[in-house]
Design a protein around this ligand. Structure first.
Ligand SMILES: Nc1ncnc2c1ncn2[C@@H]1O[C@H](COP(=O)(O)OP(=O)(O)OP(=O)(O)O)[C@@H](O)[C@H]1O
Length: 826
């Protein structure tokens, strides 16, 4: 089953599948290839594919690894876990959210969403400033000490490094995210660390989840990520960390490779390996990269051309008069490379730049010259205004608490609801437990208070407090195995319902949460259809209440449908949401709240016990909710009218989300909301919406329930990094930043804007980050297989004179073509 393409050094690493290994090897020596091979060997050695975890830096790298492995072991690939750090953390949190007190339906905010929120909370107008502050917030979370890794830890202290005033606002940022049931990328890692550190039961559950773990691009990881990896590998000891310290380019974002490697060595005593031969580039290019790397203060590796390596052509360096002339020179060179060849592959050529402005200038020139190219903008498809607008609708459908998405949705098309109204609703709502998103729900408009039905049902009618246990957290694949419920009439317990369900899906890891084995359930469970019939009869038309139950409601409805029952339209309320609005606490799990409120019935994860705790919690909440009812009604009376139509539509879309495929829902949304009409006539934007519909069609997993598939699709749009979309099959020249080119290779590479102040970046030099700039230039140089072109401009757009970057002088002169322009370079 092996691929048989490895040299002896590579083979030795691939064959070392037991214990810990550290591979620090130079660029282009086949590290990625070796990682794929190790998986094959591990499977061959008897390690179950389910127990193999490969962590990659981008989804693209994960995809490439899967594609490569599926050539050799197609049946096993789908059982492997090949993910990015964020992808892994997200799936782990989906499983454990409830145990940990996070909303089970949490959404993930991308950096742009977060920066919007930072601007709002810190009252900033400038994007750059907000971005800087956001990076600082992120650092506080990634660098949190073990002591700080707790949901109880005071937020202001977590952000203490920012200074008192900023820390206060940072805490508010965090609380708003929680209220919106949203996590940012740093939260994904923070919460997983906190769970593994603080929750022994959860920690134990994951300690033996994997038997074989590999981490690629170790140079760009930080200690917080290493902590997670260590947890997964501690039991088996089978951990491989692979990377190249000379390619460290994310220290500005908090990566700390030296510390990670030192800690890894101390914890696992790994066998250390390196690799010698570079298979990527020609001798000339390798010597040039090597010569440049000699200028590093601490060079870590040496490069050796592989046997049979061609000499290759010299590097071409060009100094253009100005920015436009530089970009046109690049275009002319690409034309020369293409020559008359009809089959010329433009995607094998890339233009790399230090910043986005340069990619823009070059792409405009190439477009003028009719050279097929694809820009960073295009790669940032999911960040485009119209695409984000459409996604905001979907996100609000899925997560009714996402105020950020609602605010975005209200912008386009205009519904006559202005910023003044929105601010007024948000501000007045703060004191009475009213959220802007309540305006997007019809129940708010029955008599002006989103909670009036709950209050009435509690004091005069019937409420069913319930809890369910399930085999897992996929609406499509998992099953309910236990339902417990108590009927309250006028607030008093009147009758109980309890049943186990005979499962057809194995309980797996969920047994450790609810304690019911497959055997127990086969002996005590009854057919799902009978149980659901009885449960719905018990509920009648009463309102359901539970703690953190948005997921459970979907589970019950979906499974009932699967058994052939048409479930009634369930009305429900969540004590997690009520607690968020009416109780001040650091944690909102049933455990934490029952402790804080000194409840008598403590939760045990047995369904009926948890129901009793929830009833007690509800009894505490009801007076708090009731006290502010008048304020909420006044608010809705004053501002509600403008929202009413939208609320009706939203209810309809939410219903549709449970029955229609995500692509149908998206189509319905952009048509009925008139978002599509709004963008009609703006050619690119209209086209992007059409493309988004195609994307949803292509990536919809028809085996999944529409709700699960929609959630996965939305997660894909957030976690897909720009890098992932640098596809190489489009026959267009990719014009990307060097950071985005990480891990890629091209036949010919142009490095543009190699001008003092731009590359190295002025601010990095000012902040003593010249070494990282050098490594970045080294990464750029080493993306080329055959030809390398380096260009600079001598006048910028404001007509200021500029000199070529000092980096050019670090490349051995004999490897550069004799150009008259060279006189400028010395
Ligand atoms: N044994 C080999 N024989 C021939 N070609 C090889 C061999 N090993 C790797 N290669 C080729 O060398 C190139 C670099 O390999 P790969 O991308 O795995 O290296 P890497 O060390 O991960 O690179 P980087 O440091 O840039 O991430 C690829 O084109 C790969 O196909």
């Amino acid at each position: 089953m092996y691929s048989n393409e490895l040299n002896p050094e590579q083979s030795a690493i691939a064959g070392h599948t037991k214990g810990a290994i550290l591979v620090l090897a130079p660029v282009g020596t086949g590290k990625t290839r070796v990682l794929a091979e190790r998986v094959l060997r591990a499977i061959d050695r008897g390690i179950s594919p389910q127990k193999i975890l490969c962590l990659t830096f981008t989804n693209r790298a994960a995809k490439e690894m899967s594609a490569r492995l599926s050539q050799y072991c197609p049946d096993q690939v789908r059982h492997l876990t090949i993910k990015t750090f964020h992808g892994l953390c997200a799936s782990l949190l989906r499983v454990e959210a409830r145990q940990f007190g996070l909303a089970t339906d949490f959404a993930i905010y991308d950096d742009a969403d977060c920066i919007e929120l930072v601007k709002e909370v810190f009252d900033l107008a400038d994007d750059r400033e907000a971005q800087k502050l956001f990076t600082e917030l992120t650092k506080c979370k990634t660098q949190a000490s073990n002591r700080q890794l707790s949901l109880d830890y005071p937020l202001e202290e977590l952000y203490a490094l920012l200074g008192k005033d900023l820390a206060k606002s940072a805490a508010r940022y965090q609380i708003i995210l929680q209220k919106r049931h949203a996590l940012d990328f740093a939260d994904l890692v923070f919460y997983v660390r906190a769970m593994l550190e603080r929750e022994p039961v959860i920690s134990q559950r994951w300690a033996d989840r994997f038997d074989f773990v590999q981490v690629d691009e170790v140079q760009d990881t930080h200690l917080s990520e290493y902590g997670i990896v260590k947890h997964f590998a501690a039991k088996s000891g089978n951990l491989a960390m692979i990377g190249d310290l000379d390619q460290t380019i994310y220290e500005w974002r908090g990566s700390e490779p030296e510390q990670v490697i030192a800690q890894f060595k101390q914890d696992f005593k790994p066998t250390e390996y390196s690799l010698t031969w570079n298979y990527r580039a020609t001798q000339t290019l390798l010597n040039a990269a090597s010569g440049f790397a000699d200028s590093f203060e601490h060079r870590q590796t040496t490069i050796s051309p592989s046997p049979n390596c061609e000499l290759g052509e010299l590097i071409e360096v060009h100094l253009a008069e100005d920015e436009r002339a530089e970009a046109e020179w690049i275009g002319t060179q690409i034309r020369k490379l293409a020559g008359d060849r009809k089959d010329f592959s433009y995607s094998r050529v890339a233009v790399l730049a230090r910043n986005h402005k340069r990619t823009e200038v070059v792409s405009q020139a190439l477009q003028r010259m009719e050279i097929p190219c694809v820009t960073v903008e295009k790669f940032q498809f999911f960040m485009r205004q119209e695409v984000k607008d459409a996604l905001a609708y979907l996100r609000l459908v899925l997560n009714p608490f996402d105020v950020g998405s609602m605010r975005r949705m209200l912008l386009r098309p205009s519904r006559g609801i202005g910023e003044v109204t929105i601010k007024a609703v948000v501000e007045s709502g703060k004191d009475c437990g009213f959220s802007l998103t309540d305006m997007a729900s019809s129940r708010t408009f029955i008599d002006g208070d989103p909670f009036s039905e709950l209050l009435k049902a509690y004091s005069e009618h019937t409420i069913i407090v319930f809890d369910v246990e399930t085999t897992g957290f996929s609406v499509s694949q998992d099953e309910v195995v236990e339902i417990a419920a108590i009927r309250l009439v006028a607030g008093q317990a009147q009758a109980e319902f309890h049943a186990y369900i005979a499962n057809t899906v194995g309980v797996g890891d969920s047994e450790r949460i609810h304690g019911h084995s497959d055997r127990f359930l086969s002996e005590n469970g009854r057919p799902a259809k009978d149980v659901f019939h009885e449960f719905f009869a018990f509920v009648g038309d009463a309102m359901l209440v539970g703690h953190n139950v948005s997921f459970d409601i979907k589970m019950v409805t979906a499974q009932a449908q699967k058994t052939g029952i048409t479930p009634p339209k369930l009305k429900w309320e969540d004590t997690l949401e009520l607690a968020h609005r009416f109780i001040k606490s650091e944690r909102y799990s049933l455990e934490a709240l029952s402790e804080q409120l000194k409840l008598v019935n403590l939760p045990t994860h047995k369904a009926m016990d948890d129901v009793r705790t929830t009833i007690e919690l509800l009894a505490v909440l009801i007076p708090l909710v009731s006290r502010k009812a008048d304020y909420r009604q006044a608010l809705v009376y004053r501002y509600g009218e403008e929202f009413e139509g939208l609320a009706k539509q939203m209810d309809d879309w939410r219903d549709a989300s449970q029955a229609s495929r995500p692509v149908e829902l998206l189509y319905k949304l952009i048509m009925e909301s008139e978002l599509y009409s709004y963008y009609r006539g703006q050619k690119n934007r209209e086209q992007n919406l059409v493309e988004l519909v195609s994307f949803f069609k292509k990536h919809d997993d028809l085996n999944l329930h529409p709700d699960t598939s929609l959630r996965n699709l939305l997660e894909l749009t957030v976690l897909a990094k720009t890098l992932d979309q640098v596809a190489q099959n489009d026959n267009q020249v990719p014009i990307v930043t060097v950071h985005q080119s990480k891990g890629l290779e091209f036949d010919s590479v142009f490095i543009a804007g190699v001008t003092e102040g731009e590359f190295p970046n002025y601010f990095s030099v000012r902040d003593n980050k010249l070494e990282e700039e050098k490594r970045l230039f080294y990464v750029a140089m080493t993306r080329a297989k055959q030809r390398l072109f380096i260009s600079a401009y001598s006048k910028d757009s404001r007509d200021y004179s500029k000199s070529p970057s000092e980096f050019i002088n670090e490349i051995p002169l004999d490897l550069i073509t004799e150009k008259p322009e060279n006189k400028y370079l010395n």
